[in-house]
Design a protein around this ligand. Structure first.
Ligand code: GAR
Length: 201
């Protein structure tokens, strides 16, 4: 039986696309069971629909408060029986109920080498700081903002002529490879989290 992924998106979904492409090959051993978004009509949802993958939308504005949204998001995801939930450009912080249900099984891809440049603007913040190398990080989500144990990182050079967009695009190339490689291995081979250390055989 292939392992099951739920992928959460908010925007373009180009990193989701890398996972959709990889899962099209049965030897990858993973299926995308569903793609969820916190907004309707984003390109990420359309990519899922084109691939024949079920989608759901869970908007904060449709719930009484953040806690109710958090519960609903967890329920939506749980309905698809995922082995792992991947946040791939999902621009919301999951709350305590979600983390309770999916703690240790919820990973996020971030466009910087954490703990440098957490938050919403990793590439912009790296450029503003003037670093020569940045990259991307796949981590197990905990209750902090981009603070969880690191599963994988890839380094990306910053070029003198980079602007935020060109740098982010180069980082996304690395993110796509990292996600396909590491999420696949985590699901096929398993992984262990010991304190802050993530070990994938
Ligand atoms: C990715 O670079 C992802 O790391 C980033 O959004 C981009 C989504 O791209 N996420 C964050 O910055 C979360 N803090 P995509 O929509 O083309 O996949």
């Amino acid at each position: 039986m292939p392992a099951r992924l739920v992928v959460l998106v908010s925007g373009t979904g180009s990193t989701l696309q890398a996972l959709l492409d990889a899962t099209a090959d049965p030897s990858y051993g993973v299926v995308v069971a569903a793609v969820g978004a916190d907004r309707a009509g984003c390109e990420g949802l359309r990519r899922a629909e084109r691939a024949g993958v079920p989608t759901f939308v869970c908007r904060v504005a449709d719930h009484d408060d953040r806690a109710a949204w958090d519960r609903a998001l967890a329920d939506h995801c749980a309905g698809f029986g995922p082995d792992l939930v991947v946040s791939a450009g999902f621009m919301k912080l999951a709350g305590p109920v979600f983390l309770d249900r999916f703690g240790g099984r919820f990973v996020n891809s971030h466009p910087a080498l954490l703990p440098a440049f957490p938050g919403m603007h990793g590439p912009r913040d790296a450029l503003a700081y003037g670093v020569k190398v940045t990259g991307c990080t796949l981590f197990i989500v905990d209750a902090g903002i981009d603070t969880g144990p690191v599963a994988a990182q890839r380094a990306v050079e910053v070029h003198d002529e980079d602007d935020e967009q060109s740098l982010h695009e180069r980082i996304k190339l690395a993110e796509r490879g990292m996600l396909v490689d590491v999420v696949g291995r985590m699901l096929r081979e398993g992984y262990r989290v010991t304190g802050r250390k993530v070990t994938i055989p």
